[in-house]
Design a protein around this ligand. Structure first.
Ligand code: F6R
Length: 614
């Protein structure tokens, strides 16, 4: 995901900015750039690729400016390119801006600005911002001093819909920078005679350990000796400075003990980023895809092919894709698919799910499908990854870099993206009532808040983890999509806690597995599909009768839960997106168990983040 750095002080800004960008490299990015205020106006240097490329731009070492902004970009609107990389300037070259987040109304803003005579050179949503600021700056020409700059930034921000963390410099105010945020992180680091800015504390931790944390719609004017804060209505705000005790390694995790925990807690943001602006118009936007009604109607089958957690996301995605497209959909393990001579031809659409985009079996399965004449669609989290270079079509989850080996936010983003894709396909096919599809969109847009709520509720599982962590076996049960969720929860426990666990479709229990159930054994039930809840409860009764202790994850408010030992009630949702919410308690449960055992959750034994060999 994009990274932001800023500096106002007495030293040369450019080396500090570049150093900060390097500290943000772990987030993943495709281009980088900086702007400083020089004697003759604002300088702008940017390039595609690594920060190294930026460092090698001729003249960068000659920059003298002591105030500057910098950015690493993870492409959302517009492909990775020099033009699309940040900073972006307005037409008059008076303002330079870096931005993290997504401007949802960027198309209408752009049209409006065009009608006022502004021109655009990039495909980004960000380029609207400096031009909007300029537009208001000309309107406020009677305002005096920095007030004019501040009011212009504020008015521009009030026009923006979506999420943003923004840094702005203006050639008329060579000693100041204005910053603001909404739903995207931004911290100000305070030091003696200088101030720093970043989207992530690690980038500036080597310079200061005292920070101001900006709230939504808070504006700050930075100079070398001072930071002034204002609320949304530009009333001055007194802000407390916070001291941070983190060491450099801890801070990279943004205060979380482990990357896995950080990534679990990032899921409200990551799922929001996955949807992005796709639901902005009356029809779902997938300009990367060339599906026509004729093509989709010609399909006899869809395969979703993946490995591990991505395959589990595929199981959850199958439900929504099959139900909405009405095309038979199968999920396959890539390592099996590639060797079983699958029935694939030009009437088959093959979807390959992979966080890394580098998984050898998934890439091999894609190549095979292509040879057999199918259209191939890669769903990856990493822009430019190997699979996206092989596939006919690619779309991205935009979950941000996932560093912990155990996949969490990539899974939820994959499930969300398959929901969005299924709705898009149905709109192209015109085979469902649009009102129904719009109601599904609404539910997806409400997900981030429900994710936040679920995270809070799930913290109660710490106690249950303490009861379970020394056990040898744990069983997971569910039916339909709940079985898919249980299977992902089960894998999480296995891989980071090393406890043997098995996931079963509830109805399969009495065909053998029930022989293993005895007094004290832990059974975890997932109950979110209201059509199957009663059936699953019967299965859970069977294990309770044999002495099992039970934890259930449910979104059914009026369920009689007396028989269960621990009940986690998550927010209600339709069964297509319930995996996103129901998996969260299971992720946290696995995490708490592994921590109780004192294990390294980020790097479990024998596992690698991306499996590039067969
Ligand atoms: C489990 C996990 C793995 C991956 C699998 C596929 O937590 O992370 O099971 O899901 O190795 O990886 P990608 O998605 O990179 O193809």
């Amino acid at each position: 995901m994009c990274g932001i750095v800023g500096y106002v002080g007495t030293k040369k800004a450019s080396p500090i900015l570049i150093n900060g960008l390097k500290r943000l490299e772990y987030r993943g990015y495709d281009s980088a750039g900086i702007s400083t205020i020089e004697k003759d106006g604002i300088s702008l240097m940017k390039d595609m690729g690594r920060v190294k490329n930026l460092e090698n731009i001729s003249g960068i070492n000659d920059l003298e400016g002591t105030i500057g902004i910098a950015h690493t970009r993870w492409a959302t609107h517009g492909k990775p390119s020099k033009e699309n990389s940040h900073p972006h300037m307005d037409n008059s070259k008076k303002f330079s801006v870096v931005h993290n987040g997504i401007i949802e109304n960027y198309e209408s803003l752009r049209e409006d600005l065009k009608s006022k005579g502004y021109t655009f050179y990039s495909d980004t949503d960000t380029e609207n911002i400096p031009n909007l600021i300029h537009y208001y700056y000309t309107k406020y020409e009677n305002e005096k001093g920095i007030e004019r700059f501040l009011k212009s930034v504020r008015s521009a921000c009030l026009d923006l819909k979506g999420s943003f963390a923004i840094e702005v410099i203006c050639s008329d105010f060579p000693d100041n920078m204005i910053v603001v945020r909404k739903d995207s992180p931004l911290v100000i680091g305070k030091a003696e005679g200088e101030n720093y800015l970043s989207s992530d504390i690690p980038a500036i931790l080597s310079f200061t350990r005292t920070f101001y944390l900006l709230d939504d719609y808070e504006f700050a004017i930075l100079s070398k000796d001072d930071v002034k804060f204002y609320d949304k209505d530009l009333n001055p705000v007194n802000k407390e400075v916070k001291s941070i005790e983190w060491d450099a390694v801890g801070a990279d995790k943004n205060g979380y003990e482990d990357y896995m925990l950080k990534e679990i807690y990032e899921q409200a943001t990551s799922t929001r980023e996955t949807v992005g602006t796709r639901f902005q118009g009356p029809k779902t936007a997938f300009e990367e895809l060339d599906f026509t009604k004729e093509y989709l109607s010609s399909l006899t089958r869809i395969y979703i092919v993946a490995c591990g957690t991505a395959m589990h996301a595929g199981l959850a995605g199958k439900t929504v894709i099959e139900k909405l497209s009405k095309i038979p959909t199968e999920v396959d393990v890539a390592s099996e698919f590639r060797y079983r001579d699958p029935l694939v031809d030009e009437k088959t659409l093959c979807i390959f799910l992979t966080q890394s985009g580098e998984t050898a079996d998934t890439i091999a399965a894609l190549k095979l499908s292509k040879e057999k004449g199918a259209k191939t669609l890669a769903i990856s989290n990493v822009i430019g990854s190997s699979i996206t270079r092989e596939a006919d079509l690619s779309i991205y989850t935009h979950a941000g870099p996932e560093i912990a080996v155990a996949s969490t936010k990539a899974y939820t983003s994959q499930v969300v993206l398959m929901n969005v894709l299924a709705i898009y396909m149905s709109e192209v096919l015109e085979n469902n009532d649009q009102k129904y599809l719009d109601s599904l969109k609404e539910e997806i847009l409400e997900l981030p808040e429900k994710v936040e709520e679920t995270l809070k509720i799930s913290e109660s599982l710490k106690d249950f983890a303490r009861q379970v962590y020394q056990e040898k076996d744990v069983f997971y049960l569910g039916r339909g999509v709940d079985h898919a969720i249980a299977t992902e929860g089960c894998l999480k426990l296995k891989e980071i806690s090393y406890i043997h666990s098995e996931s079963y479709a509830g109805g399969e229990l009495k065909h053998g597995t029930i022989a293993l159930i005895e007094k004290g054994i832990t059974v975890i039930g997932v109950l979110t599909d209201k059509n199957l809840v009663k059936k699953s409860i019967s299965n859970l009764q069977e294990v309770i009768t044999r002495g099992a202790k039970t934890l259930i994850i449910t979104n059914q408010k009026d369920l009689d839960t007396k028989a269960f030992d621990v009940v986690v009630t998550i927010p209600e949702s339709n069964t297509f997106i319930s995996p996103v919410l129901a998996v969260i308690p299971l992720q946290l449960f696995a995490y708490y168990v592994a921590k109780e055992k004192g294990l390294d959750v980020d790097k479990p034994r024998n596992l690698a983040k991306s499996v590039t060999v067969e």
